[in-house]
Design a protein around this ligand. Structure first.
Ligand SMILES: *Cc1c(COP(=O)(O)O)cnc(C)c1O
Length: 372
């Protein structure tokens, strides 16, 4: 059987080719490869889309999380509460900023941070909460923000997988003092290399983050802060501008595919099997479509034989990653739901250009691999 792609970025390029090519050519012609006009054009569009006052294009999602931490003065001796179950960049940025990640368990339905676990993890050193909107869906932001307000903590949303998602009508990235997203090619909105963006409504924080992104300077060769080279190059901004023209359509296409999958999987009664649920009031952008199965290794092998690729996001919780375990003094908490997820989750193909025949192949593959 012919192999289905896990993500089909070539189909997307084909659909947008004239726009993307024209945008790229324009940059090659004007020659402002760094800090060119497309950067501000993109930032204006991103902010308008997200419903924030400001957006700052960044070199990666990792930088887009680290810059807000640096600008908020979070570092040595501070603790940041985050989820145990995410891509490593979440914990990595907290450590790079100089602070200690304090991991809490997830809600096993949404795979996101369980707000009920936050207060028990707060200490005199806690400065911020970094929730992750995993697989494209935001966590219970009202609950998280209420706890943060009560304890005087900053909230920085990791929106690397949720650009465009909604919580009670508000876009991901718009409900916290700062948020960082990623435009890595496989993310819901991807560029053709590494990229990311920061969102904020705060004037002073915006100014500080903009300077940090540019080696800690407002004026060239005069450095008032410790900064990084966190800029996104003009070509990537140009590509994203072309891609944004179709992004609303892509979100609804992903949502329709998720709906089809959900309908097909609702009747499956295999032990240990679950398919994703979106919480009331939320809209997911479906960065991943992630199942749980019993005997994951066997399921994955059968899927491969059936020509349906799968991927595991993520096989190990962050506090159990070797370097993090050996070098950090993160307090132990109960991570049993996160561990359950790490052992049982498996993602199946999901991309906006997936046609109905391919969707049916994926559905049939899942049923066959489960033996139902
Ligand atoms: C991808 C990702 C990041 C990092 O983004 P990069 O652009 O790869 O640096 C951070 N957090 C999460 C949850 C991610 O999925």
């Amino acid at each position: 059987m012919s192999q289905i792609p896990f993500i089909d970025l070539k189909a997307q390029y084909k659909a947008l080719k004239p726009k993307i090519d024209a945008r790229i050519m324009a940059v090659l012609e004007h020659g402002a490869y760094v800090n060119g006009p497309e950067v501000v054009e993109l930032e204006t569009k991103l902010a308008a889309f997200t419903g924030t006052k400001y957006a700052l294009a960044c070199a990666s999602g990792t930088d887009a999380l680290m810059v807000p931490l640096m600008a908020l003065g979070i570092g040595q001796g501070d603790e940041v509460i985050t989820t145990a179950f995410s891509f490593i960049a979440t914990a990595e940025t907290i450590v790079l900023a100089g602070a200690t990640p304090v991991y809490i368990d997830i809600d096993p339905i949404t795979y996101n941070m369980d707000p009920k676990k936050i207060e028990a993890a707060i200490t005199s050193k806690t400065k911020a909460i970094m929730p992750v909107s995993l697989y494209g869906q935001m966590p219970d932001m009202d609950a998280i923000n209420a706890i943060a307000k009560k304890h005087g903590l900053h909230v920085i949303e990791d929106t690397a997988q949720s650009f465009g998602a909604k919580y009670k009508g508000k876009r991901s990235g718009s409900m916290t003092i700062a948020a960082g997203t990623s435009f890595f090619p496989a993310k819901p909105l991807g560029c053709y290399g590494d990229g990311g963006a920061i969102f904020t409504n705060d004037d002073n924080l915006y100014k500080a983050m903009k300077e940090i992104r540019e080696h800690g300077s407002e004026t060239r060769y005069y450095h008032t802060r410790l900064g990084i080279n966190g800029r996104l190059d003009t070509l990537q901004c140009a590509i994203l501008l072309a891609k944004m023209e179709r992004y609303e359509w892509e979100i609804s296409a992903r949502q329709k595919i998720a709906e089809n999958f959900g309908k097909a999987f609702a009747s499956i009664k295999a032990e240990g099997f679950s398919y994703p649920k979106v919480a009331d009031g939320c809209e997911s952008v479906w960065a991943q479509y992630t199942l749980t199965v019993r005997d994951r290794a066997g399921f994955q092998k059968r899927m491969t034989e059936l020509g349906v690729p799968t991927s595991i996001h993520y096989p190990r919780i962050m506090p159990d990653q070797p370097w993090y375990k050996e070098n950090l003094k993160s307090p132990q908490h109960d991570w049993s739901q996160s561990r359950w997820a790490a052992e049982n989750v498996i993602s199946i193909p999901m991309y906006p250009d997936m046609d109905e025949a391919t969707q049916n192949k994926v559905i049939d593959g899942v049923k066959k691999a489960l033996g139902v």
